[in-house]
Ligand binder design. Structure first.
Ligand code: BT5
Length: 264
């Protein structure tokens, strides 16, 4: 089990304010489930839960997040008092991309929550929130990054579309160093989000896959929409130009680029 004190020292060395509390266990069903329970019990903002492995790691829409040893499984509790909460998943993606850039890895972001390396998924973000009459009470940001996850450790249906930091770099950072880097960049992105939300959208866009203007299919709960990818608005919604409707807003979905048929 990694040592939470080691993470504390790594954050202090970076001049990052300490976490409110941190739990780091060897194995847990899901760090986000554990942190949601702590959030409901009144835990403070910047409480974090980490695990070496998850047995029930979750993605969006009930999908699973394969969580063998060698990955970063981190959940962070935030209690935002500002309006731009919808941009938190994008801000978390930026934080992950900026963190891995410290090891020379040029990750790309794909709306809404993918962190890609050469088109394969290196990490993902799961944002879950609870609101009351006074607005958003808490947000749990769950972040998974394949730091030194081997292909063999991943399920066969995930393996070919997954990437690991270890594939791309001869440097093998310890998971606790990657955790410290992600948390440090997340602090900066969170402060940036409070001060200047459009700026985070610009930063995200600069790191996003360059599919702007291209034809995409977006699978949504209400079916697949086809159009040209235009941008992301200040609520984090994807804007797609559909036939007969410009800048249609999509709040959640899966984007796939349509490749033009190559004629021989
Ligand atoms: C995500 O969901 O990408 C969000 C993943 C968030 C995981 C973190 S780990 C800490 C915290 N605790 C949790 O329980 N969850 C969070 P989504 O966009 O729905 O992507 C899920 C899809 O990614 C799956 O259906 C697989 O195709 C693929 N996938 C699963 N595990 C993967 C892995 N380890 N590496 C790359 N791709 C994976």
């Amino acid at each position: 089990m990694a040592d939470p004190a080691e993470l504390g020292r790594a954050l202090a060395a970076r001049g990052v304010p300490p976490l409110a509390a941190v739990e780091w266990t060897d194995e847990i069903p899901s760090t986000s489930d554990r942190l949601k329970a702590l959030a409901r019990a009144g835990a403070a903002e910047w409480t974090a839960v980490l695990a070496d492995r998850q047995t029930g790691g979750r993605g969006r829409e009930g999908r699973a997040w394969a969580s063998p040893a060698g990955g970063l499984y981190l959940s962070v509790l935030l209690r935002p008092r500002f309006a731009a909460v919808g941009l938190l998943p994008l801000a978390a993606g930026v934080a992950v991309a900026e963190a891995v850039a410290e090891w020379g890895i040029a990750a790309q972001l794909k709306w809404p929550n993918d962190v890609l390396l050469d088109g394969r998924k290196l990490g993902g973000v799961l944002a879950e929130a609870s609101s009351g009459s006074g607005g958003v009470d808490w947000v749990v940001l769950g972040i998974g990054v394949n730091v030194a996850v081997t292909r063999e450790a991943l399920p066969p249906d995930v393996r070919d579309a997954a990437a690991s930091l270890a594939d791309a770099s001869s440097v093998r950072p310890p998971v606790s160093d990657v955790a410290a880097a992600v948390l440090a960049h997340l602090r900066l992105c969170y402060d940036g989000l409070r001060a200047d939300p459009p700026r985070i959208v610009e930063t995200w866009r600069a790191r996003a896959v360059d599919w702007w203007g291209e034809l995409v299919d977006v699978e949504t709960a209400r079916g697949t929409l086809r159009g040209r990818m235009r941008g992301v608005d200040t609520d984090g919604a994807l804007l797609v130009d559909l036939e007969g409707e410009e800048s249609h807003r999509i709040l959640s979905g899966e984007v796939r680029r349509l490749r033009r048929a190559v004629r021989g």
